[in-house]
Design a protein. Sequence first.
Length: 395
Amino acid sequence: MPFAVHVLGLAVFAQGTSEFMLSGLLSGIAGDLHVPLGAAGLLTSAFAVGMVVGAPLTALACRSWPRRGALLFFLGVFVAVHVVGALTPSYGVLLATRVVGALANAGFWAVALVTALALAGPHRRARATAVVVGGVTLACVVGVPAGAALGELWGWRSAFWAVALVSLPAAIALLVAVPGGTPGDVPTVSARSELRALARPRLLLTLLVMAFVQGATFCTFSYLEPLVTRVTGLGAGWVPVVLALFGVGSFAGVTLAGRLADARPAAVAGIGMTALAAGWAALALTADSPVAALVLVLLQGALAFGTGTTLITRVFRLAPDAPTMAGSFATAAFNVGAAAGPWLGGLALGAGLGFRAPVWVSALLMCAALAAAGLPALSSRALPAARSDAGAPTE
């Protein structure tokens, strides 16, 4: 795998830390800014909404930009908004910085995925995707727990400063490692042709399934802190440990999926989705047991990100003639779920259903994902790679 692909994963690590770290900072933000816990949770949804809107728009806007320049521009904006977020005393301004930061992150993701696939070649799509997505899982392992620990020691603002500082060496590494003339820098098809290619039914079904899967993931992940401290009965010091466990599982799931999904995407997606539905239900039922909760958080992290990586790769397989826009649509679908999940979890909490309620919502969202795909269709019609899809193997 080219070194530049790993550098893209490093940059995604910094941005992924910001996207996920609020799960360990919600109580601190809510108390400092004098807003309800549900409003603090909406900061995660706002980021996801910005990603949904920003992914296709920024991909269209920067189609003709040199990819290295686009990556550096988006990362620079990302750093700037985190400095503002660390300084502001206003919930409204913080909310705005999350949206702008998400737009920059969306543009970065759209360009980074296409760049990684161009550098890796057509037969290592899943592995290249896994390296980039692996930056997010490393953020869960290292960045998010570190952010939670910083928030516990010095307040939530210190985590925002840390994200800005970590992004700077990532920008230097991008400047040095990513070639200026990345293959495919000049689009070979029109934007209209790419958008038309992205309207295929099987591709739209895959995007819908992605949204449900990520909605389930983010619904529980965004409210892990209150679940762990108020249901499982662990102290606040355990929150970074639980987040790290989720991240370790995520990294393991992405790594394994990257090795398996190029050959057997349908099996990986089908097994992963079914196990996720069962796992969220099991966590909701056993959340008061520390051992069961810790084990299930680890397993669910692996299943969620392994399945998500497989579905992202599937989007590129189904849209070989949309090289610059496929990544943006995958990013948008990913974050439709990331926006809806915390929102639905917040509604369940606000309705007084208890701190297990977001986990039950996650289980229901996975049932919706399975219903959307259909278990028989998942292995034979909707998600498996057909021979006509850019030479991808069948099962």
